[in-house]
Design a protein around this ligand. Sequence first.
Ligand code: WQD
Length: 344
Amino acid sequence: MKILVCGGAGYIGSHTILELLSADYEVVIADNFSNSCPEVIKRLEKISGTSIPYAEGDLDDQSFVDQLFEQYGPFEAVIHFAALKAVGESCLKPIEYYKNNLISTLNILDSMRKFGCHKIIYSSSATVYGEPEHLPIAESVGTSSATNPYGQSKIINERFLEDYAKADPEFIATALRYANPLGAHESGEIGEEPNGIPGNLVPYIAKVAVGKLDHLNIFGDDYPTPDGTGRRDYIHVVDLAKGHVAALAEMNTRKGFDAINLGTGRSYSVFEILNCYSEVCGRKLPYEIKARRPGDIAENYLDPTKAKEKLNWTAQYDLRRMLEDSWHWQSKNPDGYTSPADSK
Ligand code: WQD
């Protein structure tokens, strides 16, 4: 069965490609490389020993999306990762976030309808829950409003899927609500390498550890948490990728829309992450305390019960393994996917 993976050259997408290939799916990648690069696909082919077809283009262009189905289809399902995804940045650029994240999904759904593809897995996020009243967060609390345009765009996209599922009885959609992905494939050949200065915590720490950035800025140590810093549900990206393969199989058992958390059921603070990374990389990593970041919340972590019940999936890797794999990737690729030899 052939799967169209939108954003398949990205951090989570690339790790999911490997798990799909291991599960004997055929894959096609669509990516505009705005937060990734073609080298990722070469690495995936090296790791998997498989040639991986891909198309470069923008999903906010309906003709590009239609062409994907015409040229590479038919597809059993679509997995849609492609989105702008930095919480802080989304507060500064709401128009770009809403246009990019919403139009791409509508175009994909329209092309799916035209070409008779009835299954989609949507990359959603824990940020759809906003500032949680209770922890851990179960799917049943619903999604009212997020604290930032990024999370809001995820809520609106989930509504698109829910409403389309009501209109088309053959349609099956699963929104996977992620915790915070960390780590890298054990080969060290692929990993998290955002373009420009990292917005997320661990890729930033990794750049400090490898000497590319001077120190970590901790955005607030006055949150109502034990050590005052923000707490998140961090999950190994390979656990996340395996969750997508499990979700594909589950879609054969039902119709309609469903949302499932992919989390670990616990949180870690910024200091806990920083201290563990210092141990893993073998040196104490410097930091400075700064003001809180707009859109941030004190803490969230997800209830993984439904994923266990519906997908027979639970996260397997602990924090130390996440950070060891992150450091293995970063120390092996200090300049990410562009090594000095490649940059000529
Ligand atoms: C984590 C903590 C910051 C950077 C991310 C993704 C989003 C979604 C959810 C999947 C917070 C603190 C961070 C830094 C810091 N993922 N921090 N200094 O905001 O939870 O969102 O996960 O859908 O796409 O953006 O993750 O790593 O940015 O922040 O102190 O330089 O680290 O305040 O407490 P966040 P993050």
